[in-house]
Design a protein around this ligand. Structure first.
Ligand code: 13P
Length: 338
């Protein structure tokens, strides 16, 4: 498949991406919150339960995996990437090695993982991956993000994206401006503008074909400790405005991260964005917590009750599928949940 076709399939109308690529450390935090032991067996059980769910076929275009998961065999027979492909979704893989303190500005981070990446990409392709993810992280503070952080992360994202396309996979380019802090919505807009400008500047220098990419940005929202509360209409309008001004029109798909918003907020805001979307971008979700929080809670109650975990996941996937068409509503949310 051509890169542009892969990107279109990942973000097809009514579908989005399941970010199930929590590193062993992050999944440890999630399992701790539900009192489940963080073992390889439990990680496999939770993930294969999601990936064999009904919602996969209807609402999920791609799944982002972690290194351990892409190499696992399910207890149902097929390997994890086979299970995902059998459900008509595309397997993807997180390839960065995490955000590390940035020398010179150690309160900020730069994402590492370029060394040996060409060789790892080949291995992941052979395991069935057709897209990848690399996440750069920017924090907002009185003197953050620094120019150093904006430039170094953009450079790494571009070198990553270029290598991924060489390996015939679609790079998800994820520059995440964190929600943490008491900044207002306009500060988020301005920082995201600066970050996106530098990212696309570097992608151009590194000859990345934008049609074969998916952008995974944050929405434009006030900081989580801000006194300001913005309506979903304001969030949608400012998010779309920021993307229209700063993302080149050739980009095929834009799949938001949920970034700490609640499940309902993530659906509601995406829905509002799609209601007013007058761009050519396919705009959808690439949620981790926004898709998994309720399912994880059910898994905490009873790990053997696959039906309840899948019911919770199916509902969230369906709601976000509707949001990707701008057809979600509070009434549907309650009707289906009842
Ligand atoms: P959240 O939706 O939980 O922010 O996770 C998405 C993700 O993949 C972050 O890199």
């Amino acid at each position: 498949m051509k890169l542009e076709e892969i990107a279109k399939k990942m973000c097809a109308k009514g579908k989005g991406i399941l970010a199930a690529d929590e590193s062993t450390g992050t999944i440890a935090k999630r399992f701790k919150s539900i009192n489940v032991e963080n073992t390889e067996k439990n990680r496999l059980l939770f993930r294969q339960t999601l990936f064999s769910s009904e919602a996969m076929k209807k609402y999920i275009g791609g799944v982002i995996l972690f290194d351990e998961t892409i190499k696992q065999k399910t207890t149902l027979g097929p390997s994890i990437p086979e299970l995902i492909s059998n459900n008509n979704a595309i397997p993807g893989i997180k390839v960065d090695k995490g955000a590390k303190p940035l020398a010179g500005s150690p309160e900020e981070t730069v994402t590492e993982g370029l060394d040996g990446l060409r060789e790892r990409l080949k291995e992941y392709y052979d395991l069935g991956a057709r897209f990848t993810k690399w996440r750069a992280v920017y924090k907002i503070g009185s003197s953050f993000p620094s120019i150093q952080s904006i430039k170094s992360n953009a450079h790494a994202l571009a070198r990553y994206a270029s290598l991924v396309q060489e390996a015939k996979m679609v790079p998800i380019v994820e520059p995440e401006v964190l929600m943490d802090g008491s900044h207002d919505i306009d500060k988020c807009y301005q920082v995201t503008t600066d970050v996106l400008n530098e990212v696309y500047n570097e992608l151009e220098i590194h000859k990345v074909d934008l049609k074969g990419t998916v952008l995974k940005p944050n929405m434009i929202i006030p900081g989580s400790n801000s006194a300001q509360k913005s309506s979903c209409e304001e969030i949608a309008k400012k998010t779309l405005d920021c993307l229209k001004k700063n993302v080149p029109g050739e980009v095929t798909g834009i799949a938001f991260l949920s970034g700490g918003q609640s499940e309902i907020e993530s659906s509601k805001n995406l829905n509002e964005i799609n209601k007013i979307n007058n761009t050519n971008f396919l705009i959808t979700f690439s949620y981790g917590r926004g898709l998994q929080a309720s399912a994880l809670k059910e898994f905490g109650k009873d790990q053997k009750n696959q039906d309840n975990v899948q019911k919770a996941f199916d509902h969230r996937a369906k709601m976000n599928g509707l949001s990707s068409r701008g057809e979600w509503s509070e009434i549907l949310e309650k009707e289906v949940a009842a």
